[in-house]
Design a protein around this ligand. Sequence first.
Ligand code: ASP
Length: 324
Amino acid sequence: MKRRSFLDKSGLGLSTLLVAPKVWAEPKTTNSKNKPLVTPYAIATWNVPEAVNLAGTALEKGRNALDAAIEGVSFEESNLKNTTVGKGGAPDREGTVTLDACVMDHLGNCGAVMAVEQITHVASLAKEVMLKTPHVILAGEGARQFALSEGYLPENLLTPESKKAWEAWIEKSNYSPQINVENHDTIGMLCSDQLGNLSGVCTTSGLAYKMKGRVGDSPVIGSGLFVDNEVGAAVATGLGEEVIKTVGSFLIVELMRQGKTPQASCEEAINRILAKHPNKPDFQVCFIAVDTKGQIGAYSIHSGFTYTINKENKTTTQAVESVF
Ligand code: ASP
């Protein structure tokens, strides 16, 4: 029976449907190859202690890396104070909030949704695309319809605060989308579970006051996120157009494959972007990366970028080195 009709028939109704993402996989505590279990960790862009704590707790319980990451970022997707991810995100220049997300697991499976309206938990939805469709990407109305058919609750994602800010922006900005240092923010999270498997998630409302239909790097596999379980993983935040042009996250993972550390790989990816901009750019791009040894790298164009990590029940936020 379809989930929707089950709900109708059960009398539960959509209003009682939980909008939090579902968790599919059973916790595992043993490695099929009898390898020892390793210390799991969750690392995310920006100062997001609640999100990495949630993911870290899930990992400690034996949850797999992908489900833990989705659970972690779901906190920020519902956090109305976060105006760059999920519900409460800044709208496009026409006043509509559209969300983008992608997921990638240790087997190289991936899913993405782009320019989705009315659905808060787009990272979870991206996993549904990965698992339940023969496709990798669903966009726009198709992604929204798919979400509804899977029992996601449609919501108004534009909060009164975001609406007010957008109205003030229209007054001054004459409808030209801004691409500066301040209005970027995306939650990218990388997790390594007890089996040492890596997975990642990237979720965003994209560029504030973007053109309708604009999609950045965040839901683009290889740009906003890339995971290779044999090498490492990387995730990006910042001006998506620049990340896409250099396929930033894939580049970082490939540099690590060639022997560079995560830090050197992040620096090289930032330098590739800067090579196209001889003058100090007014936009921001930031990367974080991990390798299979648990080494971490992070780098950004401008200062101010941070990442947060949860490992062994400890959560710390680190300032990230930058070019300027
Ligand atoms: N990378 C996102 C995008 O370009 C924005 C951001 O990270 O703030 O859509």
